[in-house]
Write a protein that binds this ligand. Structure first.
Ligand SMILES: Nc1ncnc2c1ncn2[C@@H]1O[C@H](COP(=O)(O)OP(=O)(O)OP(=O)(O)O)[C@@H](O)[C@H]1O
Ligand SMILES: [Mg+2]
Length: 425
């Protein structure tokens, strides 16, 4: 850690900036890079600093949106919330933790006589949060990584549809998710998600220098669901610059940064796909209900077998499952030699969702959305079972277990002991 910690300070309009400047500048080892207004043109400055200090008179909707956006943009940068200890909307402080705040420092009610100990407390809290974040970014063991490679040897079988909707369903379940488009020449993940490819993997490779999590984060595009996407180059010839070794490094970093990584692939066993399978923890094969597609799926399953891919980490999704083409479930079982895990029906709303760039998983109530949420739940259950196996519960563990969890998209409010402590005070 450098001698000084560079912090970015964001304030709402109710806060006395002079007092806060005095508070922060007296803190040990803190150097303020910039002061931002919560309702100002913050986005351009949001990338700076090793830590973000948000000072609010009340945890308003505006403060919450700011914290959520900052956390999504830079999940590895700690966020400290400074707010009054008395008054204010304290019921929402528990929510602040769920939104991505790492620690809360309560200012004394009488701000006129700001005690130097508060500056010390802030400095230590920043330092502690930084250490914790860096600690949680330490390599995760293989057993708790979740990298799902979505495969299908037939073009148009629904790999992109599946990748996008699995990603969105996981994010809507409160998980942090990265999607990667490995169809480097003709990838259309951006279109299917309604994202403009402002930055792609091509820009990342061209940016030069060493690759680390902080840098990679800057090249991920954000979807309203909270999913972060590493998009394919916008022109096919740009794919030539991207090597298999570079892709492996990107995938390794994504697996460290997110709870789930979902990788959409082109319809072939190209070198980058084979390397991705080798580095994935799970494979999801997308099949369709027609004889030729099923024959290709069978070939794909055999290839995975030859690669000694763990059968227990393999799932099959049957897309357009309701299409009546004279192939019944028993026939599919006979051809594939295994059963199907998830069925996604064919529906014009599904095609429309792709064309409009609005993932069907967000359109609750449709059969397809239900199928993708069920698929996401299978992965969540499997991941939780593996985590439990990897680390049996420690009876002396801190009750604020979320401090040690990896960064996640703050979609679903989770239980917060802090809120209970406040409520019962
Ligand atoms: N269940 C479905 N219901 C209706 N339309 C579907 C369904 N699944 C896929 N489609 C249609 O098929 C098209 C191809 O789907 P998708 O792009 O997901 O396939 P893919 O396997 O990624 O293709 P490629 O191999 O070219 O990358 C979509 O644009 C969509 O219109
Ligand atoms: Mg595709």
């Amino acid at each position: 850690m450098s001698q000084e910690i560079q912090v970015l300070v964001a304030l709402d309009r109710e806060v006395d900036r002079g007092l806060i400047e005095a508070l922060v500048s007296r803190g040990p080892r803190l150097r303020v890079l910039d002061y931002l207004e919560l309702d100002g043109p913050a986005a351009s400055g949001l990338g700076a600093g090793e830590a973000l200090v948000v000072v609010v008179a009340d945890y308003s909707e505006q403060a919450r949106d700011f914290v959520v956006a900052a956390n999504r943009q830079h999940p590895l940068r700690p966020i400290l919330l400074v707010c009054p200890s008395g008054g204010g909307n304290n019921n929402y402080l528990g929510e602040a933790f769920n939104n991505g705040v790492d620690d809360i420092i309560a200012l004394p009610d009488d701000q006129g006589g700001l005690d130097p100990s508060v500056s010390m407390q802030l400095g230590f809290a920043v330092e502690k949060a930084l250490m914790r974040k860096r600690g949680s970014a330490a390599p995760k063991p293989e057993s708790v990584r979740n990298v799902v490679c979505v495969l299908g040897l037939k073009g148009g079988s629904g790999k992109t549809l599946t990748s996008v909707n699995l990603g969105v369903a996981l994010a809507e379940a409160g998980r942090s998710v990265a999607l990667m488009d490995l169809d480097l020449q003709f990838g259309d993940l951006a279109l299917a998600m309604g994202l403009t490819p402002v930055r792609t993997i091509y820009d990342l490779v061209r940016s030069g220098g060493s690759l680390d999590a902080g840098k990679l984060e800057d090249f991920l595009m954000e979807h309203p669901s909270g999913v972060r996407a590493l998009l394919a180059p916008v022109r096919p010839e740009q794919a030539a610059m991207i090597t298999v070794a570079f892709l492996s490094e990107v995938q390794r970093l994504l697996a460290e940064m997110f709870e789930f990584v979902v990788i959409d692939t082109p319809p072939s066993f190209s070198p980058e796909v084979i390397s991705t399978i080798d580095h994935s923890t799970d494979a999801l094969v997308v099949a369709m209900r027609d004889t030729l597609a099923l024959k290709n799926t069978k070939l794909g399953l055999e290839t995975l077998e030859r690669m000694e891919f763990d059968r227990g980490r393999l799932k099959v999704l049957l897309n357009r499952a309701n299409t009546n083409v004279g192939i019944e479930r028993d026939d599919i079982l006979a051809i594939l030699g295994r059963d199907v895990d998830i069925f996604v029906p064919s529906h014009r709303d599904v095609a429309r969702s792709i064309n409009q760039g609005m993932p069907i998983a967000s359109q609750r109530g449709s059969e397809a959305a239900t199928a993708f949420h069920a698929l996401a739940q299978l992965y969540i259950d499997a991941s939780e079972a593996r985590s439990r196996q990897a680390s049996p519960p420690d009876p002396g563990e801190s009750p604020r277990g979320h401090e040690h969890e990896p960064a996640r998209a703050p979609r679903q409010p989770r239980q917060s002991l802090f809120r209970r402590a406040r409520g019962s005070a």
